[in-house]
Design a protein around this ligand. Structure first.
Ligand code: NI
Length: 228
């Protein structure tokens, strides 16, 4: 499942993020954090994780995630990897097809995170750069994603994906992973569909005996499938 989270960041948060990610930010070679399989395909710049800029940006992104009910319903997060930040421009402009490691060490939280769900938060507007699409390959083919600044996409951590070369301008983004309380993509999707349709039923008809009973089904499924 690919899910578009619109306006994850508020305009003032986006503006602050862009200030912190200026040319004088501590950009490093992104290849230094890639796994053995990924390292030969990775050509981008990454914000130094131990910088004050990264600390402020991580707080900002975590705060935005915490207030977004769609993110919670879709990802059912148990742990969130400390958000990382990257820039694709000039000759550091792409990341070829790869898979992310299944379990990664999140430095800020000093914990291991299983990468059930991947998230990319776009921090540059689509008209600021050419190329730089996130391509997600799955069983049903490839999907290209290039969203407005402040919007994010959730996609399965199991997928092969890539960032196509940026041929003009600079693509700025945050990326991170979520370990979900519900490990299976299929079960998460079932819960998400149930939750979203319950919401629509309540909007249309108000609370009823049926919506209460179906909420019970939702929570009973979550109880069966979740680990905390
Ligand atoms: Ni990746």
């Amino acid at each position: 499942m690919l899910l578009h989270l619109k306006n994850l960041l508020r305009p003032e948060e986006l503006a602050r993020a862009r200030t912190l990610l200026g040319d004088d930010a501590p950009w490093t070679d992104g290849a230094s954090t890639a796994g053995a399989q990924a390292v030969t395909h990775k050509r981008n710049a990454q914000l130094a994780q131990d910088s004050p800029q990264a600390a402020e940006l991580q707080q900002l992104v975590r705060g935005a995630l915490q207030r977004d009910p769609l993110f919670f319903s879709a990802a059912l997060p148990r742990k969130i990897f400390n958000p990382l930040f990257n820039r694709y421009s000039g000759d550091m402009n792409h990341y070829g097809p790869h898979v992310d490691g299944a379990v990664l060490h999140s430095r800020a939280g000093q914990e291991w995170v299983r990468t059930d769900v991947s998230c990319t938060l776009f921090l540059a507007e689509p008209d600021e750069y050419d190329g730089g699409e996130l391509l997600v390959h799955d069983t049903y083919g490839s999907r290209g994603v290039k969203l407005a600044a402040g919007d994010a996409v959730l996609y399965p951590g199991t997928s092969v994906h890539e960032v196509t070369p940026v041929t003009r301008g600079a693509r700025l983004a945050s990326f991170f992973w979520i370990e979900s309380m519900v490990r299976s993509d299929e079960q998460r999707r079932t819960l998400f569909e149930l939750d979203m349709n319950l919401l629509r039923l309540r909007e249309r008809h108000g609370e009823s005996a049926e919506t209460i009973a179906l909420s019970g089904v939702y929570h009973n499924l979550l109880r069966q499938w979740a680990s905390t």
